[in-house]
Design a protein around this ligand. Structure first.
Ligand code: MG
Length: 340
């Protein structure tokens, strides 16, 4: 029973990343006000650049992380860097920092140095955080390993301490969401998440302490709206949240924005992810990270069926991602289940 519940959460986190990415993709770069004016609250997958239900770099890199963990039976930096390099399709919309690191990897720069030179001292964009779900899943019973390996995996492309820190914060949050989802009476208590994540921060990641405090503040100032709230009220609240937490592609704004979206609406995958999209800005990535958290918490069954059936199929589409989640689950079962 419990193993089935864990398996469902592995699938939920990976397909949740995918669903959030696909929902957010068509709105990328829009302000919360522009999204509200044009669409109201976005509740369905819209036509997108690569087609309705398609994914972007966020899901593509998540797939690469999962493939590498499965192939190497754990984290292996050089192998993961190779998967990024060989699976990246430019049409998926990679950011400049990632592309620069991939170019250096292609030129033979080692995996732990390729991301170091970007923008002077390494990128603090959110790509290290948005692809980290498979690491959080495989190592969820050991939060120290989750945080350390999240940082190491980010280093490949996003080596700035705040880029690596964003990956650690998001990974620890996903691991906590998975464990909290298995213990329904306790649920997703924000104070547990904030305290546990803070405990894992390194001194050079102090900016995240500020981000987490802002999440707590916004959970008080903008608590979850009732189901019957109007689109106008939801959009207004999203704009207020985005104004304080930020919604751009820097990890230290978008990771807290995703955490707020999840914690405010931890009772509903759909409300959490639609809230993330309503924040505007880097919508695909913020919604992908929120989808990972909510999927790890609820399991795959909580992803609306009308979204799941519209996700891109094909050789590296939804069935492949679900299969990868199962492979990762089997690896966890074999190697780590007894320490849970
Ligand atoms: Mg993207």
């Amino acid at each position: 029973m419990r193993q089935e519940a864990v398996r469902s959460r592995f699938q939920g986190a990976l397909l949740g990343t995918f669903a959030g990415d696909a929902l957010g993709m068509p709105l990328e770069g829009m302000t919360p006000q522009a999204i509200a004016h044009r669409y109201g609250v976005v509740r369905d997958l819209l036509p997108a650049r690569l087609g309705r239900g398609t994914y972007t770099d966020d899901t593509e890199m998540t797939i690469a992380v999962a493939e590498s963990l499965v192939a190497c039976r754990g984290f292996d930096g050089p192998h993961m860097a190779g998967r990024f390099l060989h699976t990246a399709e430019r049409r998926r919309g990679y950011g400049r920092g990632t592309l620069e690191a991939l170019q250096r990897l292609a030129a033979g720069v080692p995996w732990d140095q390729a991301g170091a030179g970007t923008f002077g001292s390494g990128s603090f964009g959110n790509a290290g955080a948005t692809r980290v779900a498979p690491i959080a899943l495989l190592y969820h019973s050991n939060l120290a390993a989750v945080a350390d390996l999240a940082r190491a995996s980010s280093e490949i492309t996003h080596a700035h301490p705040l880029g690596r820190g964003g990956a650690a914060v998001q990974a620890v949050a996903i691991a906590l969401a998975l464990c909290a989802g298995l213990e329904p009476p306790a649920g997703a208590r924000p104070e547990l998440f904030i305290e546990t994540i803070e405990h894992r921060l390194l001194p050079q990641e102090a900016l995240y302490r500020e981000g987490l405090e802002k999440v707590v503040m916004m959970l008080e100032r903008c608590p979850p709206l009732p189901l019957e709230a109007s689109d106008h009220d939801r959009a207004g609240q999203a704009a207020r949240v985005a104004a304080v937490l930020g919604n751009d592609s820097r990890a230290f704004t978008s990771v807290p924005a995703a955490l707020y979206s999840f914690l405010a609406y931890a009772h509903s995958f759909e409300l959490a992810v639609t809230t993330a999209v309503a924040l505007g800005g880097d919508t695909d990535t913020i919604a992908a990270m929120t989808g990972a958290l909510a999927g790890a918490y609820h399991g795959v069954g909580a992803i609306p069926e009308r979204w799941r059936r519209s996700l891109e199929s094909g050789p590296r589409g939804r069935d492949y991602v679900a299969g990868l989640a199962d492979d990762l689950f089997l690896l966890w079962l074999e190697r780590y289940a007894d320490v849970c």
